[in-house]
Write a protein that binds this ligand. Structure first.
Ligand code: DGL
Length: 274
């Protein structure tokens, strides 16, 4: 296909907007299409097969819009669908397109943020049970011990806009406590779900001050800058008119309302008609 095309950004819903925000800031010249699969989210408790099927259908839709490069700005999709898409679907059906996730770029640098060599990873059940973080981190930082905690109530609290209300305190405290109970040497915690940055004000209330809290937006954006420098053949296929277009498979007005919270700016999304 000739011409220049946008970068596709995919998430199960709104969470990917926290990553998109950093990417669009660092790589502001490029065009972007964001797709949130709100109609079928949250993905966190779905099986491997379901997350793969949903994620692939969204990636294929972004390919149809012309995007040669798609970022899975969702840990759950990166944990459960990325490998199959990269190893099976791309070579067979889309050999010239690329799909990148958020787990590997994070694993590549996370060891630089710990002195004790013990880190905590908080994510959805899907991400935690997949074991993707311990496996990937071990490839780059063999000496780092990874403790994981799933936080199944955090995404629903955020999606129902209850995350900064009093009721959220119980579950914020509970999951932090369960993680820190596993080791008192943890000095760095990764928020391994793109929704969780919205909970930071509450998390900070319950997190001991010496523990660093790490989010993924800037890490993924830096990694994409590096990727485009190393892959000029992909870079030259990308359009640079600074356009941003948002699609949701769910309710548009609800998406617009939530998206403003995640992105810090007003947007007008389109309804996905597959
Ligand atoms: N934003 C997704 C992630 O990073 C989780 C939300 C969901 O469960 O759909 O894992």
């Amino acid at each position: 296909m000739k011409g220049k095309f946008p970068i596709g950004i995919f998430d199960s819903g709104y969470g990917g907007l926290t990553v998109f925000k950093s990417i669009a800031h660092k790589l502001s010249a490029y065009d972007y299409i964001y797709l949130g699969d709100n109609a079928r989210s949250p993905y966190g408790d779905h099986s491997f097969e379901t997350v793969y099927e949903y994620t692939l259908s969204c990636v294929e839709w972004l390919f149809k819009q012309g995007c040669p490069l798609v970022i899975l700005a969702c840990n759950t999709a990166s944990a459960k669908a990325l490998r199959s898409i990269q190893q099976i679907d791309l070579p067979e059906k889309y050999p010239n397109n690329r799909v990148l996730g958020v787990i590997r770029p994070t694993a590549e640098v996370i060891g630089n943020f710990t002195s004790s060599q013990e880190i905590g990873v908080m994510g959805t059940r899907g991400t935690v049970n997949s074991g993707s973080y311990p496996i990937e981190i071990d490839k780059f930082f063999e000496q780092v011990k990874v403790y994981q905690q799933s936080c199944p109530l955090w995404v629903p609290l955020i999606e129902n806009n209850e995350h900064l209300n009093e009721g959220a305190d119980f579950f914020v405290q509970k999951y932090i406590h369960q993680l820190l109970e596993q080791s008192n040497q943890i000095d760095c915690i990764l928020l391994a779900c793109t929704h969780y940055p919205l909970l930071i004000p509450k998390i900070n209330q319950y997190l001991p001050k010496h523990i660093k809290l790490l989010t993924q937006g800037d890490i993924v954006a830096d990694s994409l800058v590096d990727y485009l420098n190393r892959h000029p053949e992909m870079e030259e296929r990308l359009a640079k008119n600074s356009t941003r277009v948002f699609y949701t498979s769910g309710d548009v007005s609800s998406f617009n309302e939530h998206a403003s919270l995640f992105l810090g700016q007003k947007i007008t999304a389109h309804k996905l008609n597959s």
